[in-house]
Structure formats: C-alpha cells, structure tokens
Design a protein around this ligand. Sequence first.
Ligand code: AMP
Length: 285
Amino acid sequence: MQIVRESIALREIAVGWRGAGERVALVPTMGALHAGHLALVEAAREAADRVIASIFVNPLQFNDPNDLDRYPRQEAKDQALLEDAGCDSLWMPTAAAFYPEGFATSVHVAGVSERWEGAHRPGHFDGVATVVAKLFAGARPDIAIFGEKDFEQLAVIRRMNEDLGLGVDVRGHPTVRDDDGLALSSRNALLSEKQRAQAPALYQTLRALAVAIARGVPVDAAIARSIAELEQSGFGPIDYVAFVDSDTLEPLSVYRESSRLIAAAFLGDVRLIDNVSCEMDTVSR
Ligand code: AMP
C-alpha cells in the first residue's frame, strides 16, 4: 500500500490507473478506523480495480474545537488495518497543505445541509462538502463510498455531486453495528461503561418507531413517545428525532416509501447519531 501526502502525487497515481483502464474507488475517512470503515473498503474493492482510502481529520467540519481536540487518532494502527483490507493507496493530506493561507472557498449545499444535523452543528456540512469536493478533485475517483451511518452527510454529498456535475458514482453502504445494535463509531470509545450499556437504546428506539410509523401510528405522537423512551434510557439532551424524506431530509407527516428516521442525542457529553430505514421490507424483518 502506497502512503501519499501530496495531492499532486495522489492524482498522478490515480491518473495512471485510469489510463490503464482501471476503475478507482475512494473511501474518505477521518481515521480511528473500525469494522464500519473496513466494510466500506471491502465494498470499494468489490466495486473497483483500485482503492484509495483517505484519512484526514478535517478541521473545517468540527464546529466544536473540543470535539476536534479529543477526536481519536491512531495512525500506525489505521495503516496496518488498511493494508490488511487490501487498500492500494492511503492518502493522508495535511491541514496545512489542504487549507493553505489564503484558502477562501466554502461549499454550501442549501436546504439539505441546513436541517437537523446542519441546524445543530452550524458550519459542519459546509466543512464536509468542502473537504469532499477537495478529495474528489484530488483523487478523481470513478466511485466514492460513504456509510449510511452518516445518512444526512450522504444526502448532502449526493446533492453536491449532482449540482456541481462532479460525475462521481456516490454509493451508500449500510451501517455496521455491534451485536447489541449500537452503530460502530469512533466516538463510542469515549463512552463510559455505563453509557456503553445504555447506548443501544438509540437504535432500538428508532427500530420500534419505524414499525409504529409503518403501521400507521401518527408520526408526531410516535416521535414524542420515542423521545420520552430515550430520556428514560438515560439520553439527554435529545437534539432531534425526525421522520424525513431520504433525499431532501424534509420532515414528513405521513408514512411513505423513500423515507428515513434520523436522530441525534447525547449520552453524557458524547453525542451519538443514528438512523433507520422506514421501508416496509426492512421494518417487517
Ligand atoms: P468518519 O471517519 O467517521 O468520518 O467516517 C468515514 C466514513 O465511514 C463515512 O462515510 C462514515 O459514514 C462511514 N462509517 C462510519 N461508521 C460507520 C458504520 N458503523 N457503518 C458504516 N459506515 C460507517
């Protein structure tokens, strides 16, 4: 596995692959890798001839400087994991190279990036869209794979890719979970033992909510009950629990296909997000 820091070097490698007729897939990450990230790399290997993973803890997307400071970092371990996963190239840009003095551009995706997560974390999705645009520009991938774990992020990136005509085949990958249902996340390492035991309630509550809505329970009442259940399970404050259109993230008041349940809530000072599909076939499983 080649380790590359400079965008120019990365682009030369990718251009070489494409010149040889090989398809290139990109898996952007912020490191502290777990089985969820590695599932994306595996999917990328199946989808393309060459896989580039990137690790970049993007300062632009941290609206809370504390969160950036305590974000877990484990470079050597991440390199070994990616090598074992069959990644061809690991791209680790530096913040100084990505955002040199005078850097003045920000990508804002109106609408979809302004609700829910966007409203609670001002500037977060501008940081995400800007860095993903830079990652796409550097790697020029045919395919890019993102986790459904960050469902709203995926919707923002799809919109940007479409609007700017970036031409990348943006694919979502299902959330990888622990046996008790908790979505794998680098932030789970920050949970105390007690909080780790409480955390699966987020997924369980969303699953129960999906069943209730699919069966016709009025959306607002069902969401209010779920919020009360989460509070009883130790969560709080609860930033949002919402039933939304999968593409625009606009709130929905009645059940329909192509919808999603999304939530963000604190356990102590650790903020967890999760989401589940509301499609009949997933709900009835
Ligand atoms: P991050 O390093 O947290 O920025 O995540 C990098 C990529 O991995 C994003 O596309 C995430 O959505 C994805 N990801 C993170 N956790 C999971 C998970 N549990 N299952 C699937 N994908 C995930």
